[in-house]
Write a protein that binds this ligand. Sequence first.
Ligand code: SAM
Length: 228
Amino acid sequence: MRIDIISVLPELLHSPLNWSIIKRARDKGLVEINIHNLHDYATDRYRSVDDYAFGGGAGMVMMIEPVFRVIEELKKEREYDDIIYTSPDGEKLTQKKANALSLKKNIIILAGHYKGVDQRIRDYLVTSEISIGDYVLSGGELPAAVIVDAVVRLIPGVLGDEQSALSDSFQDDLLAPPVYTRPAEFMGWKVPDVLLSGHSANIEKWRHEQSVERTGKLRPGLLESEEE
Ligand code: SAM
């Protein structure tokens, strides 16, 4: 999979995308991530990428020309399955959405900034919009990193069997069961006996029951398939 991220502040993305599972996926060649500095596509010598809003009001707006130029340049090289704009009013990122994106070959993520982007970018250049939650962040870089992290760990081969995403929360409309590690007892607080029993069928049964119980308690809507 190839992911191109367009940003006015690429520095914000380097660290989150260069560690742990994502770094290993990049090193193994399972994902190629390219970060493009929008300032490199500005049309003036000040490398401007924002301007005042027509009609007045507080806040600058990301201009269409630099965004158009970088997207056109990328599209000349390959076809893209999705050109995603990160936006608080976009479709909410879910595990289901992350699963769907992990099957794509080439995607672009446009991180917004300032008051947002010129509406024509949304109308004519992007193909979908994703929100990471009902709150407003200063820029789309952290949302872009969240999307990439959620998606990359689902690409086949990225996680080993022992870390399999299939047992994670939301993968089957259930929350994950609790997990424990050594010591088996700490300050009198004990690990459930079944986990120490070595009886794999009983352990699996216990884990499933715990998942159902936690989901019923914390997110009952998932059990009734009311939530996405
Ligand atoms: N004026 C915009 C609004 O009220 O919807 C918010 C602009 S915000 C300060 C700047 C940029 O951060 C947005 O254009 C978007 O790219 C990104 N952003 C902020 N919150 C986000 C969220 N919850 N999900 C995805 N992107 C977000």
